[in-house]
Design a protein around this ligand. Sequence first.
Ligand code: NAD
Length: 737
Amino acid sequence: MSYTNFTIETDSDGIALITWDMADKTMNVFTQEVLAELDAIVDEITNDEAVKGAVITSGKSTYSGGADLTMMNAVFERIQEERAKNPDGVAQALFDQVGTMTGLFRKLETCGKPWVSAINGVCMGGAFEMSLACHGRVAADGKDVKMALPEVKVGIFPGAGGTQRVPRLTNQQDALMMMTTGQNLSPKKAKSLGLIHEIAEPDKLIETAKQMIRDGLKPVQPWDEKGFKLPGGNIWSPQGAQLWPAVSANLRKQSYANYPAAIAIIKCVYEGLQVPFDTGLRIEQRYFTEILQTPEAYAMVRSLFVSLQELNKGARRPAGIEKTRFNKIGVVGAGFMGAGIAYVTAKAGIPVVLIDREQEAADKGKAHSQDLVAGAVKKRRMSEEDGEALLSLITPTTDYAALDGADLVIEAVFEDRGIKKTVTEAAEAVLAPGSVFASNTSTLPITGLAENSQRPDDFIGIHFFSPVDKMMLVEIILGEQTGDKALAVALDYVQAIKKTPIVVNDTRGFYVNRCVMRYMTEAYSMLVEGIPPAMIENIAKMAGMPVGPLALNDEVAIDLSQKVNRATIADLGEGAVDPRHVKLIDTMVDGHGRLGRKNGRGFYDYPAKPAKKHLWPELKDLYPQQDPDDVSVDEVKDRFLATIALEAARTMGEGIVTDPREADIGSILGFGFAPYTGGALSYIDGLGVKAFVELCDDLASRHGEHFKPTPLLKEMAANGDTFYGRFGAGAGIGKAA
Ligand code: NAD
């Protein structure tokens, strides 16, 4: 038979080589069609007497990305439609549907002939689950070969047998760790865990897989053998008694039970290992059905998979402009940010001219890349040759003439209008017409800076976050006169360096910092009210934020907050900043010399390593403290999430952000806004705009005007709108399932 997505070649030993290669996709994924074809292939292999066994591999450089989650998004939408029609039937219909893959893989592993998965590259999610159902697994030796069950990262879990097979192959602790974190496994790690059998040189991969069959690989899984024993002992064994009491406590410590899918993994393993394998699969199928109906799964798949992919592919790129292939990029200012920008640019294989006032400063900027490369080489994340090649692309200099021929120049000099003007003029004197000039300013509006430019249509903001090599988000800011060409070049650049762009209009603080400021200023109010600092930090984390607001402020620097306060008052007047906040920050900086992590003294103390940072004990002496029992944990959580979400909604109302996908992704990648919500606007949509408006009104009555819902929110609440319904991407999708 012939198939659209697979080819089959049977050799003289009767071993069928099944090659998965989807013509219209860069990566193989499971679609309905793929599942149907695979089902037919399993039948074909089983029934063809000439075939002794099968090796399945991929015809692409990667193996497979797993399930097509855009398809999953469609499932969510269908769930909602179905629920409206037949609320009781939804769960059953879903249960039957999610059983397809489970049933197929079970059929494969019980077909009576040996199957080997030959993993030649990235093998994720459902594809790894399929491999686990094969009787043999061999992976190519290479740094691009990775295996993982990463579903938890998008709010779901391995629901095609993964939760049952992994803990029957390896010990329960490693199984739980692997699935609840979604970590990548190298071939070596996967083998040490017992999840694959062999590692082969890439050009010997298929031969090694075939040899396993020739050597008599048994077509029976360990758990289908009589007398099978779990590798790490039973749940009710001394080892189990050591592990299990701590499992849920650990999960709560890490993620405060905000992620239902992670909890479901634990339940699947705990319950599934106490019953026969097929019953375990049924337990998994039930939990999977339940998880698919949670708002978290819906919101996380939409934001963290679908929207993220769309933005990465250039959803906001203007049409009709040829894609830029970068020959050279200039970075002016080789300080903290410029050095990082030079590194990520060179890492993408683009030559960089790194300019500073003194050669020594420019060299120091390059030294940052040397350090990062040395670290990566040491950890074997980069080969020495790749490291040298990267470094050879960075030319540190003081000479602006070296910018000649650059397609894009990014300035990251001091945050000073005068210096930025000088630099813009010096660069433009060398740049050919059509080259784009970008500012990495964090506070100065782009429209104003563009006044220094001879070509404001080619002037744009490209705002990185620190540390540049780690933060995946880049905020692109359009000045009033920024043209489509500059936007296209900026987006092409962000894509080239493999980061995620959001495109926003010009305003003080742009999008991300406006929202972050709210997070920190709410914490200032709480300090002033006498909420114990430890509660402020811990409850923020309970709400799903990765870093407490005071710890975050220490990273950003408290004297920077002071500068921002002063600049805001200078520009907008005394009332623009809460005087209680001004006093708090002035007391910290001027009164106690507490600048943040940079001087080892901020809201936290930073003792010498290995001691850990801890809250500054005297912080609680600045204000009379409330009794912790009187502090409502839920209200503190609501205040943090609501103040940020309200700011995001304000930026939508003002037309600063125009696409809810960008507001959501910007909030998660920019400052870790509770990812289980799907982002700041998905949080509002998930609650329902009406409920959010009621929450804000309630908070405003006790905590101040800044909680007052905006006119846009009130109007949306009255109309029953959602952000995604009203503003785009997911038009028509209603409240979370
Ligand atoms: P920095 O002080 O570490 O670096 C600035 C560099 O610019 C210095 O090396 C300095 O010698 C150089 N410089 C100054 N005048 C120059 C000139 N005329 N020509 C060439 N080089 C010159 O500052 P930074 O933290 O890297 O910030 C740089 C820019 O990035 C600022 O606009 C800042 O607002 C923005 N930014 C900073 C952060 C952050 O977290 N630090 C985040 C986003 C954006």
